[in-house]
Design a protein. Sequence first.
Length: 111
Amino acid sequence: MQGVKDSSALYEVERRARHAERPGFRINELQISPKQQVPWHFHTNIQDTFYVLEGELRLFLREPKEDVRLRPGETYSVRPGRPHLVTNAGQSSATFLVLQGMGEYDYVPLT
């Protein structure tokens, strides 16, 4: 499956903000409602590191299968090539940072 360089049109979120970007690294802030999610995907070259600011996140991962819950102040890193799905585990909006790097960004959607 082919990766895309801009995944913003592939799924809906309450709010997106880019806080920093330079070649090989970027920091994005996302806010998702309890009914929204970042669909199953992986990144070929970059690691995602999630840092929760508000609310609760739930990450589902494959290879190996794992279920991770994060609260404010907690982090979790997903290695390049590892499929993951991001959901809101709470009853209100969840806001989190995604630090992405080092390497060229791509988003490879999975079904």
